[in-house]
Write a protein that binds this ligand. Structure first.
Ligand SMILES: Nc1ncnc2c1ncn2[C@@H]1O[C@H](COP(=O)(O)OP(=O)(O)O)[C@@H](O)[C@H]1O
Ligand SMILES: [Mg+2]
Length: 197
């Protein structure tokens, strides 16, 4: 929907001024992976590390956002797309404010992640939390796979809804072969290598 009467108001404090003050580049760390792959766990470990280093950060986590901003949305394809669109817009506001913002959502569809990447431009860091389905199912931290296998959860990613793995993520975490600490370290090292922090 467009409205000719809505005009963008120029901010008095510029984006560059904000970035200069926080002393690091703002980016979106876009974690993607199956349920139980470790997105929330790793994103929180990274957030803690960055916070201790004095970075300005924030984390948007799947279930938490669905309790508020996106509580009107379900899990059908159209609602998943809208879920990601809103998250991207919110993450972009945090980036504009100068923060390193983590987003921890399954985000199973390539097209949605491509849309997020396009909106965020060079500020987009895709972190593939790559954990085999069998391992996720064995971890089953919320008991969701058990329910999904019993047919109690429709459109469950990996079981009754597809997960389209990223082809060239900026960071690729094979969590079955590493600890949470090692995974978090790999993300922080990427940010260091790219001189984001
Ligand atoms: N190497 C690892 N990396 C991340 N999580 C791991 C790892 N090994 C075991 N886990 C466990 O796997 C579970 C991942 O759950 P969670 O972070 O909630 O996943 P998601 O947010 O992707 O649904 C947690 O219980 C975590 O302790
Ligand atoms: Mg999670």
């Amino acid at each position: 929907m467009s409205n000719d009467n809505i005009v963008w108001h120029q901010a008095s404090v510029s984006h560059n001024e904000r970035v200069e003050r926080v002393g690091h580049q703002p980016v979106i760390l876009w974690y993607t992976g199956l349920s139980g792959s470790g997105k929330s766990t790793i994103a929180n470990a990274v957030d803690r590390k960055l916070f201790e280093m004095g970075c300005h950060t924030y984390l948007l986590d799947g279930d938490n956002v669905r309790h508020g901003l996106n509580k009107d949305l379900g899990f059908g394809d159209a609602d998943r797309v809208e879920n990601i669109r809103r998250i991207t817009e919110v993450a972009n506001l945090f980036v504009d404010a100068g923060l390193i913002v983590g987003t921890a959502f399954i985000s199973p569809f390539k097209a949605d992640r491509a849309q997020a990447r396009e909106l965020a431009g060079e500020r987009f860091v895709e972190v593939f939390v790559d954990t085999p389905l069998a391992v996720c199912e064995q971890r089953d931290p919320k008991g969701l796979y058990k329910k999904a296998r019993a047919g109690d959860i429709p459109h469950f990613t990996g079981i009754s809804s597809p997960y389209e793995a990223p082809e060239s993520p900026e960071v690729h975490l094979r969590t079955a072969e590493m600890s949470v600490e090692q995974a978090a370290e790999q993300v922080v090292n990427y940010l260091r290598d790219k001189r984001i922090i």
